[in-house]
Write a protein that binds this ligand. Structure first.
Ligand code: RBZ
Ligand code: NIO
Length: 340
């Protein structure tokens, strides 16, 4: 069926259900988008769901841009594998599996069935002084992310979320967004939680990084100069999920910076993407607006890990159930109004 015909048929179905036209608001848009991704008027309820948490270290943390030491990245990876983090709790709540990707943590992890080894290097370089990585490494990180998407397809996942874990992520995400054309003043924020003095430092580090690396040639240039292995892998993952038609839900500020890179490389990724939530980080809404994505939830969260994304799974599923299970006016013998 042609795309436009499918869209019309889905809208017809939504309008035939026993409710005033459009009364389920954004849920109707979600059902429409899911139908378009799956190529069906009545989208299937995803049976297998997973969150992929991309972990990596950032050399820029040596500048003191985060309230926490970089060791927390590896420690949290172990916490994910032991099932004790917020992302584990919320994933259990919505019936999602959790995979952790070592994209570039400065630690040697023991093998674990939920840990996927895609280490490009043991942490990036400090981008306020030199490029975070080589162009080859940036390309490799994108390719590794694509491999994770293909793994997700092989495993049969029908709905996936992207999560982040890396002390320094909000600094890297901010710098990437500026390198891609955004303003520092609309983005800079406290990250996890930092003091006023640290915030000034963070801002100075971001400014310094931009000034030494300008001009930026293309998104891969941005990734190599001021990015990270984990954000590169997230971008590759998003790109390939779109190719494979797997609906992918982004999370907070860092994952959205990765989505920005993916969308600049291929704008069609947006057709396959949902924004799980709007985080408390100031610049998150700015980036979501730039991507023209409406967040499903807005709960003042600022954690990352994929927490907002997996919680939104239940709303996405409610939208799918709605279009599949609600009675039509004709079926239920309910009188239609005169709305056009
Ligand atoms: C215990 C702990 C658990 C986390 N889980 C996610 N993050 C979040 O905080 C980090 C980014 O914040 P910043 O840029 O300020 O360093 C990322 O790792 C992100 O996933 C955590 C942070 C901490 C401390
Ligand atoms: O927006 C997020 O997801 C976020 C905010 C602070 C720290 N880590 C992640």
């Amino acid at each position: 069926m042609a795309k436009k015909d499918l869209e019309n048929k889905i809208k017809e179905r939504l309008n035939s259900l026993t409710k005033p036209k459009g009364s389920l608001g954004f849920l109707e848009d979600i059902a429409l988008k899911m139908g378009k991704i799956q190529g069906k008027v009545l989208p299937n309820l995803p049976e297998k769901k997973a969150v992929f948490v991309f972990a990596g270290d950032h050399g820029v943390t040596e500048e003191g841009v985060s309230a926490y030491p970089k060791e927390v990245t590896a420690q949290m990876v172990l916490n994910f594998l032991n099932g004790g983090a917020a992302i584990n709790v919320f994933s259990r709540h919505v019936g999602s599996e959790v995979y952790v990707i070592d994209a570039g943590v400065d630690y040697d992890f023991p093998a674990h069935e939920r840990l996927l080894n895609k280490k490009v290097g043991k942490g990036t370089k400090n981008f306020s002084k030199e490029p975070a990585m080589t162009r080859e490494e940036a390309e490799k990180s994108i390719e590794y992310g694509k491999e994770i998407a293909r793994f997700a397809k092989e495993k049969g996942f029908e709905l996936v979320a992207v999560g982040d874990m890396g002390i320094g992520n909000t600094t890297t995400a901010t710098t990437i967004a500026i390198a891609l054309g955004h303003n520092l003043s609309e983005l800079i924020d406290i990250g996890t939680v930092i003091t006023g003095q640290q915030l000034e430092k963070k801002e100075a580090v971001v400014r310094q990084a931009i000034s030494i690396h300008e001009p930026f040639m293309d998104p891969i240039d941005v990734l190599s100069k001021v990015g990270s292995y984990c954000l590169g892998e997230m971008a590759g993952f998003i790109l390939e999920c779109a190719q494979l038609n797997i609906p992918v839900v982004i999370d907070g500020f860092p994952t959205t910076a990765a989505a920005l890179i993916a969308a600049q490389l291929n704008p069609e990724v947006l057709d396959c993407m949902f924004a799980g939530h709007c985080s408390k980080v100031k610049g998150h809404r700015v980036l979501l607006d730039a991507l023209n994505l409406r967040p499903i939830l807005d709960l003042d969260m600022r954690l990352g890990e994929g927490t907002g994304a997996v919680l939104s799974f239940s709303i996405i599923e409610a939208a799918i159930k709605m279009i599949n299970e609600m009675a039509t006016f004709d079926d239920a013998n309910v009188s239609k109004g005169k709305e056009k």
